[in-house]
Design a protein around this ligand. Sequence first.
Ligand SMILES: Nc1ncnc2c1ncn2[C@@H]1O[C@H](COP(=O)(O)OP(=O)(O)OP(=O)(O)O)[C@@H](O)[C@H]1O
Ligand SMILES: [Mg+2]
Length: 495
Amino acid sequence: MSEVVARLDGITKSFLGVPVLRGVDLELRAGEVHALMGENGAGKSTLLKVLAGVHRPDSGRILLGGNEVSFATPRDAQAAGIAIIHQELNLLPHRTVAENVFLGREPVRRGQVDRRAMVAETRRLLDWLGEDGIDPEAGVVRLPVAQRQVVEIVKALSADARVLAMDEPTAALADHEVELLYDLVARLRDRGMAILYVSHRMREVFDLSQRITVLKDGAFVTCSPTEELTSDQLVRHMVGRPLDALYPERPTEPGEVRISLRDAGNDRVRDLTFDVRAGEIVGLAGLQGSGRSAIARAIWGVEPFTAGVLERDGEPVRIPNPRTAVRKGIGYVTEDRKGEGLALRQSVRDNALLVRRAALRGQAARRASDLAALLKSVNVVAQGPHQEVRYLSGGNQQKVVLGKWLAVRPNVLIVDEPTRGIDVGAKQAVYQLLRDLAADGMAILMISSELPELIGMSDRILVMHEGAIAGALPAGASEEAVMGLATGHGIGEVA
Ligand SMILES: Nc1ncnc2c1ncn2[C@@H]1O[C@H](COP(=O)(O)OP(=O)(O)OP(=O)(O)O)[C@@H](O)[C@H]1O
Ligand SMILES: [Mg+2]
C-alpha cells in the first residue's frame, strides 16, 4: 500500500457558532486521487481550506509525513508542499502568466523584481507539467479557461509540492477541456503526488479516483475504494436516501410560440431559425465557442441581433439591452455567476430581489414571506435571508441566481449551465423546477455542457457548430449524435 502523505484527524470547525466540520478524518496517499463528495454545504471546500491554511481548525490535527503541523497562513501550507486550486479561479486577468504565478512572492535581485527569473521558473514548471504550449509572458485574459486553470496549478505548486487539492476543477470547463485536465491529473498522480479532488460529476469521480470519502452536514460518512462503490450507493451516502429518477417525465403537447427567430444573426452567429414554445425545454448543444451563449446574449440584448427577425409572442421586437429583455418577460441565468449573476457582498435577500427591483422600479418590494417561499422553492440552504451570498457554498449561490429570476416571473427563461457546481440532490430539484416552470407555460432555452443532462431534459436539441445550427435532434438523442453534429460531422433528424 502506498505511503500516507497527509492525514487529517478529527477536524472540527465552526463559523459564528455554527458547526461546519464535525470531526472529519481523511488520509491522502502518494500516487492516489482521493475524491471528496457531499451535498452543497456539506463542508468540502471548508475542509480543503483547513488543509491549505486558509482556516484554522477549532480542534483536530493535520499530519504531514507523520509530523503534526499547523499553518498560520496559506503561504505556510504552500511552503510545506500543499497546493490548492480553489472553487473559483483567482487570477488577475490583466497580468501575465508569470506575474500571476509569482504574485506576492516575486523574486528580487539587486532591489528589483527579477522578471527574467520569474519567466524562466514559470517556463520550467509549465514544461514539467507537459504544458509547454502556454507562454509565460502571455496575458492571462487571452487564455481559454482550461489554460487559466493550468496557470492556477502552476501558481499553487511550490518547488516540492506533494499534495494537490482541487475544488471542482472541471466546473468551468467545456467537454474537450475536461479531457485535458484528466490527463494532467493522471500525470501528476503517476508522479506520486497525493491528490484530493472535489467534484459533483459522478462519471468524473468514478473515472479518476481510487478512493472516495463522503461528507454529510460536516460529518464523515464513509471512505471506500472507488471500485467497491456503485453510483447508487454513493448517492445514498451523500443524500441519505435513494433518489428517484433524475430527470422528470416530459409532458405532452407544447403551447403557443413564445419566441421565434427567423434568419437571425450578428457577428458571432448566423442564419438562426427556430421557435421555442410555451411548455417546451429546447436544448442548445455545441462545443465551447460554437455560439450557444452568443444566442442567449443576443436574445437578451447584451450583443443584439443585427440581422433577421426576433418575434415575441408573434410580434417582431427589438431588444437592444437587457433591461428591455426583462420588461419583455425574458429571464437569463448566466453561466458566470461570480461575474454577472450575483452581488457577492450583498445578502441572499437583496440578490433575490435584484432583478425584480430593476424591472419594477418604484413598486414595493416583495414581502418577506413570499421571499422565503421563493428561496425554499429552489432549496437554498443559508443561515437566513440576511447572510451575505459570498459565504454560501457554491451550489447554494447557484440556487440564489435561479431564485432571483423567478421573482419576476418571466415566461421565457434562458438558462446557461444551470446546474454547474450543484450536488445530485439539488440537480434533481432544479430539473424538476425547470419542468414545473415549463408545465406552467414558460418557454425554456437551456444551454449545458453536460450532455447527459442536456439529453435528459430537452424536448428538442439544437446543435451549434461554428456559429450556425448544424442540426436538430429529438428528445433522447444519443451523445454520439450530438457530438457528431457539434464537431461538424453527422446530420440532424428533425428540423
Ligand atoms: N467564512 C464563512 N463564514 C460563515 N459560514 C461559512 C463560511 N464558509 C463556509 N461557511 C458555511 O459552511 C458550510 C459549508 O460550506 P462549504 O463551502 O464548505 O460547502 P461545500 O461542501 O464546499 O459545498 P458546495 O458543494 O456547494 O461547494 C455552508 O453552510 C457555508 O454557508
Ligand atoms: Mg465547495
